[in-house]
Design a protein around this ligand. Structure first.
Ligand SMILES: CC(=O)[C@@H](O)[C@H](O)COP(=O)(O)O
Ligand SMILES: NCC(=O)COP(=O)(O)O
Length: 256
């Protein structure tokens, strides 16, 4: 695949933090203790293996990645940090403190295990538009994590955000069923529409080493953010191999 068409791989390391917090509930790096697994050390390994970026989602309730992790990541990473966050004033303040390359605005529900649907941009359009501008003043670009729906993509454009990340969870859930192809086509149409509107289009959620074969060929995907599947595979292969394998697979390249 030619360099300009290569899909960038953003590795979401939250799931390592989820494992850590399962044992060390309430742990926050700022206390200075060292417990495992360390998501920051994992991110550095992922970077060494070729990750083009690292994604984290500090939740308002702090149940997965911790704020101290995010601040440290910003210090030690060479590759861009993408920080997902809920549309709240408190998270905005934290984003300004961290100053990641990009912020990706996501919906957040206390009761969900992971992010279930895309952001309803129309419902939060005024807040989002204002904060896209405020983040840009601080040199932070904004992405909006949305379902591949026409009205949401149009609304995303109106907010002034540079990026959208199309939520591929419905596709991933439907992959083995009758609706898999229809969901893939929805993503395809969403990427195309985003492009036509001049947005940079990313994709993420539920992408794995199997279903990647259906979405990797969609023209114009800038970056895929992949977490759960890579961290799961890393338990068997180590993170470097898991990243290397996904990076080659998503770009249809042979492993050297
Ligand atoms: C926005 C998204 O799809 C994922 O990044 C997800 O939110 C990861 O974080 P959690 O595991 O805390 O849900
Ligand atoms: N925004 C999606 C993401 O970062 C990773 O989602 P998943 O691969 O952990 O489902």
């Amino acid at each position: 695949m030619s360099a300009e068409k290569r899909i960038r791989l953003g590795v979401n390391i939250d799931h390592a933090a989820t494992l850590r917090q399962a044992r060390y509930r309430g742990y926050e790096r700022l206390r200075g203790e060292m417990v495992e697994p360390d998501p920051v050390a994992l991110a550095i390994e992922a970077e060494k293996a070729g990750a083009d970026g690292i994604t984290v989602h500090p939740r308002e309730d702090g149940r997965h990645i911790q704020r101290g992790d995010v601040l440290l990541l910003k210090e030690v990473l060479q590759v861009p940090l993408n920080m997902e966050m809920a549309c709240t004033d408190e998270m905005f303040e934290f984003a300004v403190e961290v100053c990641p390359r990009t912020v990706c605005l996501v919906p957040e529900k206390r009761e969900e295990i992971s992010t279930e649907g895309g952001l309803d941009v129309l419902a939060r359009e005024a807040w989002i538009t204002k904060h896209v501008g405020l983040l840009l003043e601080k040199g932070i670009r904004t992405s909006l994590f949305i379902d591949p729906d026409t009205v949401q993509i149009e609304a995303a454009k109106r907010t002034g955000a540079d990026y959208i990340e199309l939520h591929s969870g419905s596709f991933a859930n439907a992959y083995y069923g009758d609706e898999g192809e229809a969901e893939a086509k929805r993503l395809e149409a969403g990427v195309l529409m985003g492009h036509q509107l001049g947005l940079i289009v990313n994709m993420g959620h539920g992408i794995n080493y199997t279903n990647i074969e259906r979405v990797r060929g969609i023209p114009g995907i800038h970056e895929m953010n992949i977490g759960h599947s890579i961290i799961s595979r890393a338990l068997f292969t180590g993170i470097r191999e898991a990243v290397r394998e996904m990076k080659h697979l998503m770009n249809e390249e042979d492993l050297a």
